[in-house]
Design a protein around this ligand. Structure first.
Ligand code: C2E
Ligand code: MG
Ligand code: MG
Ligand code: MG
Length: 278
């Protein structure tokens, strides 16, 4: 790190005073470099319409490969980016990459929705709705094709403010999804007031479809979504058995390794062309 210049050294010193371990500091430092040099990639995982089997859209997932450390998962680097104030810049790179991809798919006549994950801090960026609208229209896209995913905790953390922001985004035409639904603490009354369009059923429920209580929980979430007029997406569908169960339960969309893993843009385009052929 020393040979990489003054800025890095200062950065290390600042963070050390906050009592963070050496390894974490090293990762932070590499992450700052990766974001500054635009090396965070956007990967795409297909989302399947349960009733037709068609690919209706993608979820955009951030990926980072470091020359020294190898692949580092977003479960590791997103919290780091959040804690060091890097998440807006990182999120912006992923967002712009996905808009460019979406524009090109639209020009090819493909109708795909784009689901993007948002962190709390992004949601509270000043003029966030206006900025998103401007960027979307620059790419000739309509906000209705964009799904903004926020976790339950984000949606409910600062309830009033988050609710206002989500309402604003929804009124601008964006679709809102609650990610990892069922793992947070949202009360039914709060959910009723939230401006959301879909619930993404957390992978932990999908894993428990074999046990009767797990099955009932998933059924309850789907019934709740229906009562509130929300769409449902099941995450982490890893086999045909789970896919069948979920279709029977009436879930609207399926996502998981059974269909496809997240892929770089070119691989996703090849996957889609292949699928549309057969
Ligand atoms: P998430 O939004 O709930 O994304 C779904 C995660 O489940 C992804 O993990 C995906 O690769 C994984 N997954 C999909 N299908 C399966 C399956 O069949 N089995 C299993 N075991 N896993 C499956 P990933 O890509 O590691 O992302 C983890 C989390 O990091 C995401 O959870 C999201 O909260 C966050 N994240 C990823 N990209 C971004 C981003 O660009 N911005 C923000 N703010 N957060 C992001
Ligand atoms: Mg998500
Ligand atoms: Mg999720
Ligand atoms: Mg998750």
């Amino acid at each position: 790190a020393k040979s990489q210049g003054r800025n890095q050294v200062c950065f290390f010193r600042d963070m050390t005073s906050q009592g963070i371990g050496k390894k974490e500091l090293y990762i932070q430092n590499r992450l700052v470099n990766a974001v500054n040099s635009q090396r965070i990639q956007a990967w795409y995982q297909p989302i399947i319409e349960a009733s037709t089997g068609a690919c209706s859209g993608v979820e955009v997932l951030a990926r980072w490969h470091d020359d020294e450390l190898g692949w580092i998962g977003p479960a590791t680097f997103i919290p780091i980016a959040e804690s060091i104030g890097l998440i807006r810049e990182l999120g912006q790179q992923v967002w712009l990459a996905s808009l460019a991809a979406a524009e090109s798919w639209q020009r090819q006549g493909l109708t795909l929705s784009i689901a993007v994950n948002l962190s709390k801090r992004q949601l509270f960026t000043p003029y966030f709705t206006e900025k998103l609208l401007e960027e979307v229209s620059k790419h000739q896209l309509s906000p209705g094709s964009i799904i903004l995913e926020v976790t339950e905790s984000v949606a409910l953390l600062d309830v009033e403010h988050a609710a206002e922001r989500l309402q604003e985004l929804q009124e601008a035409g964006f679709r809102i999804a609650i990610d990892d639904f069922g793992t947070g603490y949202s009360s039914l009354s709060q959910l009723h007031e939230m401006h959301v369009d879909e619930l993404k059923i957390d992978i932990s429920f999908v894993r428990r479809l074999n046990d009767p209580r797990g099955l009932s929980m998933t059924q309850a979430i789907i019934n709740l979504a229906r009562a509130l007029n929300l769409k449902t997406v099941a995450e982490g569908v890893e086999d045909e058995e789970a896919a069948t169960r979920l279709r029977e339960l009436g879930v609207d969309y399926l996502q998981g390794y059974h269909f496809a893993k997240p892929m770089p843009r070119e691989d996703f385009e090849r996957w889609l062309a292949q699928r549309n052929k057969s």
